[in-house]
Structures are given as structure tokens and as C-alpha cells.
Ligand binder design. Structure first.
Ligand code: KG4
Ligand code: ZN
Length: 346
């Protein structure tokens, strides 16, 4: 089954063709970073305009790059949510129109679930059915969660953030430090020349179950305190725009606090249940410090680790096409294609 996937949930416009749910035949991405950078963050109206302009050409490119023609496709998949409502609408409408014109099925996919599926593209990660359950750290711009994956589309949320997502915390921190958007890569670059022990920012901990419902508070994340600590630190000691060393130091300390908060929770789960394979997906999984700390954790517990290929870490349509293809192959009924701007997983 050859599926054309479409991704328009936020600030990347993407189209890709995936065969058999895992084999990526093409992966076209248009990044809108430059258009949003001047505003210091994603502007929904700008995003939907760019999706509208870029998506038709990208869909065509994805089909050609795959060495195919439109009639060679078996189905179309699109991100149904979560994401920006108007951006999701554009992707879903164009995907449906393409599918209808070719009399093909069109399937709506959950973006977060697709980030988990990115781990399996091109056979990078063995399936949970054959090799055992995975503990996935899902870290994107809008979501942060620990998810147990025991099979295809079989998830259990073990932990989640009670406030900001890790990517959001990095983006907000970068803004406070005058490092621009997107903040994660900007903080990572600035931190390269910084001393991570210059300032001790708090590692977010959740103590009360009142915020986590049925989830163990010790497995849940909180990043608002880290962000506030940086804000207060800069209020007390304003940053001289020309003081590059201090900016680098603060970036390194802030990055370390966010990364430690993530790995600490994973360590807690493993201390209680040491029989998972480990994995990490989503935009923040591209971060080198996080990747290194996760490798150290996997060595310490003697557990295999799978990190999303950086190409499929940030938003892309290969993960959408892949998951959509597997859903169709398994004969799952195509849900009515409305958008779902808020749509959890697990
Ligand atoms: O998964 P993603 O592309 O989009 C969402 O679904 O949200 O994740 C975007 C997030 C942004 O917050 C961005 O700052 C962060 O991923 N990010 C990084 C890096 N590359 C992207 N964070 C830390 N280090 C990076 N290298
Ligand atoms: Zn994403």
C-alpha cells in the first residue's frame, strides 16, 4: 500500500509517500520558520496562508520524488489533530480532495501517535509485538509525555506535563534570552559555548496528585518553574545584549534543567519497572544533550534505546503516511474526517 501523507498541524507544510507503513519513498517539507521568525513565534494566520500556498506543490513533489504518478497511490492520509484549527483544515480538505478525485480512501491520523510511529520508519525500531514494550518519551513543541507502547496503536500514558511542554519551555526560554525562534535549536547552539554549572535552575517536579489525576506525580513533568526562574534571574540581573558569554552560560544552564527534568522522570519509571526498551520522538528529540543523557540512561539500566531519526524528529508527513497506511492495512474504519484540534494520545 502506497500512501500519500499530508501534515499541516503547525508551522511545517509537508507531504510524503510511504509504502507498507514503514518504507519512506519520499519526504518533502517546507519550513515556515522565516515567515514566523519576525514575530518571535508561530502566527496561526501566517501558518494557514503558507500551507495553502505550499501544500499543492509539495503533494505533487512527494508523488514525483517517490518515482510515482498519482494513479499509483493506494490512499491518502492527513493530520486530523492536535494542532492549529485553520492549518489542520487546509491539510484535511486538500487530502480529501486528492483522495476523492482518485477514488481512494482518506484516513485521518493523530499527530502525536504519528510522532511515535516515526520511530518505526525505515525499520529503525523493532515492533513492540516482537521485541517487547517500549517506553517512549514524546517531546514536541506542544506536548510532553511518557507513553508505554505495547503494540501497534496500543498506548498507555504513564506521565505527562502538568503545564508547559518541553519544547514550549525551550521556546519561551530562548525568547527571554533574545535568541529567537524556534527556541530549541537556538538554545542548543548558544549553549555550546556555555558553562552548564553557572546558575542552578530548578528541575521541575510534580508533588501533588491533584494535578495528575490517576497518573503517578513522580512520573509527570513541570516546566513552568524553570521558565519563571530564568525570568526572575534576568529581572534581578538584566542581560547585557553584548554579553555573549553570559547568554551562552544561561542557555546551557536552562537547557540542562529542561533535559534533566525529562530524563529524571524516565529514570524513576525505570527504577520501578526496569523491563522496557527506551525510545524518544518529537522535535526536542533532536537535542544532542538529551540524546546523550538518554544514551547514558540506557547504558545504566542495560536497556536498548531507539531515538527518532533527526529527519523524522520534527514535523514531517512520512510519519503521517506511515501510520495512515498501517491503519488502512489493518482494516481500521476511516473515521469521519473532521479536524480535532485537541486530541490526546494514550
Ligand atoms: O515535534 P515538533 O516539530 O512540533 C510539534 O509537534 O510541536 O517540535 C517542535 C519543537 C519546538 O519547540 C522546537 O524548539 C523543538 O521542537 N526543537 C528542539 C530542537 N529542534 C527542535 N529542541 C531542542 N533541541 C533541538 N535541536
Ligand atoms: Zn509535531
Amino acid at each position: 500500500m502506497r500512501v500519500l501523507g499530508v501534515e499541516t498541524s503547525c508551522d511545517e507544510t509537508a507531504a510524503a509517500v510511504v509504502e507498507g507503513g514503514r518504507h519512506v519513498r519520499s519526504n518533502a517539507v517546507y519550513s515556515q520558520i522565516e515567515q514566523h521568525a519576525e514575530f518571535g513565534g508561530v502566527v496561526p494566520e501566517v501558518a494557514s496562508r503558507a500551507h495553502l500556498e505550499q501544500l499543492p506543490g509539495l503533494m505533487d513533489r512527494a508523488v514525483r520524488d517517490a518515482g510515482l504518478d498519482w494513479p499509483d497511490l493506494s490512499a491518502v492520509a492527513c493530520t486530523q489533530g492536535p494542532g492549529l484549527a485553520t492549518s489542520l483544515l487546509i491539510g484535511c480538505v486538500m487530502a480529501r480532495a486528492a483522495a476523492a478525485s482518485l477514488a481512494l480512501p482518506c484516513v485521518g491520523v493523530n499527530h502525536l501517535e504519528a510522532h511515535i510511529h516515526s520511530l518505526f520508519l525505515d525499520g529503525r525500531t523493532a515492533s513492540p509485538e516482537t521485541d517487547g514494550p517500549l517506553l517512549v518519551l514524546l517531546v514536541s513543541g506542544g506536548h510532553t509525555a511518557l507513553i508505554e507502547v505495547t503494540g501497534l496503536r496500543t498506548y498507555r500514558q504513564i506521565g505527562r506535563t502538568v503545564d508547559d511542554a518541553a519544547g514550549e519551555a525551550l521556546d519561551k526560554g530562548a525568547k527571554l534570552l533574545g535568541l529567537g525562534y524556534p527556541g530549541g535549536p537556538a538554545i542548543e547552539r548558544a549553549a555550546e559555548n556555555g558553562r552548564a554549572d553557572a546558575v542552578d535552575f530548578p528541575r521541575g517536579r510534580v508533588k501533588s496528585a491533584s494535578l495528575t489525576g490517576s497518573l503517578e506525580p513522580g512520573y509527570c513533568f513541570s516546566f513552568s518553574g524553570i521558565k519563571t526562574a530564568l525570568l526572575y534571574h534576568l529581572r534581578e540581573q538584566p542581560l547585557d545584549p553584548d554579553d555573549h558569554q553570559r547568554r551562552a552560560d544561561l542557555a546551557a544552564c536552562y537547557q540542562a534543567a529542561v533535559v534533566d527534568s525529562l530524563t529524571e522522570k524516565m529514570k524513576r519509571v525505570l527504577t520501578d519497572q526496569p523491563d522496557y526498551r527506551l525510545a524518544c520522538a518529537g522535535g526536542v528529540s533532536r537535542n544532542t544533550l538529551l540524546r546523550n543523557k538518554l544514551k547514558a540512561l540506557s547504558n545504566r539500566f542495560g536497556l536498548p534505546l531507539s531515538l527518532a531519526d533527526p529527519v523524522y524528529g520534527t514535523d514531517n508527513a512520512a510519519m503521517i503516511a506511515g501510520l495512515g497506511g498501517l491503519m488502512l492495512e489493518r482494516g481500521e474504519p476511516a473515521a469521519p474526517l473532521g479536524i480535532q484540534p485537541s486530541w490526546p494520545v494514550g
